[in-house]
Every structure is written in structure tokens, then in C-alpha cells.
Design a protein around this ligand. Structure first.
Ligand code: HGY
Ligand code: MN
Ligand code: MN
Length: 414
């Protein structure tokens, strides 16, 4: 059975461009942080497109949106596809949105050729894949997989101390959070289309990436408390400079990641807030976040352990208090061979080149893999650039991804 989808890439490109305009920042900058005004307008726009395509809409208590194309045997567990539309500050137009609007176009491209799936095909727009607001990524899919409980969710706070409930209500999203978790058989299989967020497909002039593994992310919040004081009057002996201590931790994290000797181990301190942040005042308090990833969970955990050891020795030697909170430490994801086989068959049928590869960013599929077999399909992005306004995926690249996604959905849903 090989369905040939009928794509309208001009329509999809226009929809991607329109969604990119729905931003908290001026174009071409995309900022769309969960439950903010742009996110709310973006959700409404995507829902309207799903309704126009005749999909049945549902939204859960954390705002995950489910748009279902009813199959001939609707009682069967559906084939899922989708991604996210939230965007970090100063981001681009394609991260996540290619999987959402491209997933919708894949469905429409099958409708156009009169295909009717046996299993329903369900497009999912996950809430808050980005950690921007509440400091944890994949909030919506994490709750679907019941890895983040309702109790843990309501304890989440933003930088100003505003809680998840306040933001949820402001966004007009209601319902018991206990209803978000889904059972293991809710999706038969799940496949997500996404830009690579790396340089390899473009460099090697390959159309598509078939993702075999998704790296395992861990993140922490670290507070270092020392002693403030006058930068001139306080002599060096006995100082408890919180930022000097933080500097040791930051360099130790980098060394620990390099020390594994594996190219797949990466680590970053992305936030460093200094108090009182005054030229002539010794920093008394520093807030850091860490982001540590690897496709090997044990190797990643060795980096966490090395940093914990350094924190202990720096704390003792400098007389500063170091408090570390583990935000998440997710397992790595192994993608489902059956879905990869369907992707491979579809790519060959479509005459597309492809390679098997690792996903170094994390994705909602990582969390959905806890309740369903998953795989991901990557398209190139220019220069590997992502999380920047100059992020770009050409209509040709997007077309190849949507075409093969459509063929794969048809194959899996038959
Ligand atoms: O950080 C990530 O990997 C994803 O883009 N949120
Ligand atoms: Mn992202
Ligand atoms: Mn993404």
C-alpha cells in the first residue's frame, strides 16, 4: 500500500509565516512563552486550522490540544503525531511548529487524495515543551506520561513566584490536572516531525533524519550563598565570594562533560543570576541552572555526580553554602524499530535520501515514549541554527518531511 500524499506547501508556508507573526516580540523574532498572550493567540490560530480540516478538537486540563481525524475503526488506539508551538525568547519560526503545522498538512495531504485511515490519526499540540516559564521542559507531555504529577505541577513557580494555577486560569484553561495523565494504550504509535537543530543533514546534503535515540536531559537549579561586602574594604583572606565559587562550579561542569570522552555528553550553565550585582559589592548570592545531556543515561549521571562532588569541596574550602535542586533527569529514548521501518519505507517510496541519527535536543516524543512506541523524523535547518530568529527550514526541506510523514502516517494507520 503506497499512498502518494498531495501536498500544498504554499499553504503550509503561509501558515508557518502567520504563526511566526504571533509573537511577544517584533518579527522576525519569535517569542511565545506558555500561557502568555502570544501562546494563547497561537493556540487559537492552530485550533482554527484543525477545525477547518474537519478534525475533532479536545483540550486537556494543562492545555494539551488533541485534533483527531476519525478513522474507519475509531475504537482502535490512534496514531499520534505533533509537537509544540511555544517558543523561548528570541527564537525562530520552525522549532516545534514544523511538527504541528507540518503534521496538520500531512493529514490534509492524505485527505486530498481520498485516503481514509483505519486507525484515527491524532495531531497533538503539547503545552510548554520549552522550560522558559516554569523551568522544566515538556510540561504537557510530562504530565501526559504521568512523570510530573498534578501535585508537582501546581508547585511550579515562574521567576516572579507566580504559580502554574494562576497562569493556567489566566489562559482560560481549566479542569482537574488528574485527568491529564493518559494510559499506556492511548496511542498505538507516535511520530514527531521536527527540525534537526544541528548541522549534519544540511552539511551532508541528506533530505531526512530518522531518529534512533533521543538524548537524556537533566537540569538543576543551584544556589550559592556566600558573604557580601564592600569590594574595597573587605580584604581577600576569608572572603566568601559566591560568584567566585560559582565560577569553579561552571568550569567543573564543563570539565566533567569533556572528561567522559564521548561526543554525546554535553553540559551548559544557561542562567547565572548574581546578587546584588553591583560593581563594587562582593556577590553574596548566585543562582545557576545546569543542562546536562547524553544518549547514555549512566554517563550523564556521572557528570551530575562529579558536579555534586565539586560542590562539596568548593563549599568546604570557600565557606559558602551550595544548595542543588534536581529539576529533572529523564532517561534516554530508544525509538521504535517498527516506526523507523515505516519511515524508511516511506522515504524510499518518496525518493528521499535519509540517514539514521541521534536527537541531541529533547522533544515531547521523549516523554510520550513512556506510554507509546515513538520515533522522530528530522528535516535540515540552515547552518544547524535553532533557538534564534535566523532559524530557517526551506519549503523544499519541509516538503520532504511532510511528504514522508504523510506516507508514514498512512502506513501506520492502515
Ligand atoms: O532544549 C531543548 O532541547 C528543546 O529545544 N526544548
Ligand atoms: Mn526548542
Ligand atoms: Mn522543539
Amino acid at each position: 500500500m503506497s499512498i502518494v500524499p498531495k501536498l500544498e506547501i504554499g499553504l503550509l508556508s503561509a501558515e508557518l509565516a502567520k504563526l511566526a507573526q504571533i509573537s511577544e516580540a517584533d518579527p522576525p523574532v519569535v517569542t511565545r512563552v506558555v500561557f502568555g498572550q502570544a501562546d494563547i493567540r497561537g493556540r487559537a490560530y492552530v485550533k482554527s486550522l484543525c477545525t477547518d480540516a474537519g478534525l475533532a478538537l479536545q483540550e486537556d486540563a494543562i492545555g494539551n490540544i488533541f485534533a483527531r481525524w476519525k478513522g474507519r475503526e475509531p475504537e482502535l488506539a490512534p496514531i499520534g503525531t505533533g509537537s509544540h508551538i511555544d517558543a523561548i525568547p528570541n527564537a525562530g519560526s520552525y522549532d516545534g511548529t514544523v511538527g504541528v503545522l507540518g503534521g496538520l498538512e500531512a493529514i490534509r495531504s492524505l485527505q486530498r487524495v481520498g485516503f481514509h485511515p483505519r486507525r484515527s490519526i491524532e495531531l497533538v499540540i503539547f503545552t510548554a515543551e520549552e522550560p522558559t516559564r516554569f523551568g522544566i521542559g515538556c510540561l504537557g507531555s510530562r504530565m501526559i506520561a504521568n512523570i510530573l504529577t498534578p501535585q508537582q505541577a501546581v508547585a511550579l513557580r515562574d521567576n516572579e513566584g507566580r504559580g502554574l494555577e494562576e497562569w493556567r486560569v489566566r489562559a482560560g484553561i481549566a479542569g482537574p490536572l488528574e485527568s491529564v495523565a493518559l494510559p499506556a494504550n492511548r496511542f498505538h504509535q507516535f511520530v514527531e516531525l521536527h527540525i534537526e537543530q544541528g548541522p549534519f543533514l544540511e552539511q551532508e546534503r541528506i533530505d531526512l533524519g530518522l531518529v534512533t535515540h533521543i538524548a537524556a536531559p537533566a537540569s538543576q537549579r543551584i544556589v550559592i550563598e556566600g558573604e557580601g561586602g564592600h569590594a574595597g574594604g573587605r580584604l581577600m583572606p576569608g572572603r566568601k565570594d559566591a560568584l567566585a565559587a560559582a565560577a569553579e562550579l561552571i568550569l567543573a561542569l564543563e570539565s566533567a562533560a569533556l572528561a567522559t570522552g564521548a561526543i554525546d555528553t554535553v553540559a551548559t550553565v544557561g542562567i547565572c543570576d548574581v546578587f546584588p550585582r553591583a560593581v563594587n559589592s562582593i556577590p553574596s548570592r548566585v543562582f545557576l541552572t545546569t543542562d546536562i545531556r547524553d544518549i547514555d543515561g549512566t554517563r550523564r549521571d556521572r557528570v551530575l555526580a562529579a558536579l555534586a562532588h565539586t560542590a562539596q569541596t568548593v563549599s568546604a574550602r570557600r565557606g559558602v553554602k551550595i544548595t542543588t535542586e534536581l529539576v529533572n533527569a529523564d532517561p534516554p529514548t530508544t525509538c521504535a524499530p517498527a516506526i523507523l521501518e515505516a519511515l524508511e519505507t516511506s522515504a524510499v517510496a518518496a525518493g528521499r535520501t535519509y540517514k539514521k541519527m541521534v536527537a541531541r535536543a529533547y522533544h515531547d516524543s521523549s516523554l510520550i515514549s513512556c506510554i507509546a512506541p515513538v520515533a522522530m523524523l528530522f528535516i535540515p535547518c540552515r547552518g544547524g541554527v535553532s533557538h534564534r530568529p535566523d532559524e530557517y527550514a526551506s519549503p523544499e526541506w519541509i516538503s520532504a518531511g511532510v511528504d514522508v510523514l504523510g506516507r508514514t502516517l498512512a502506513r501506520l494507520a492502515s
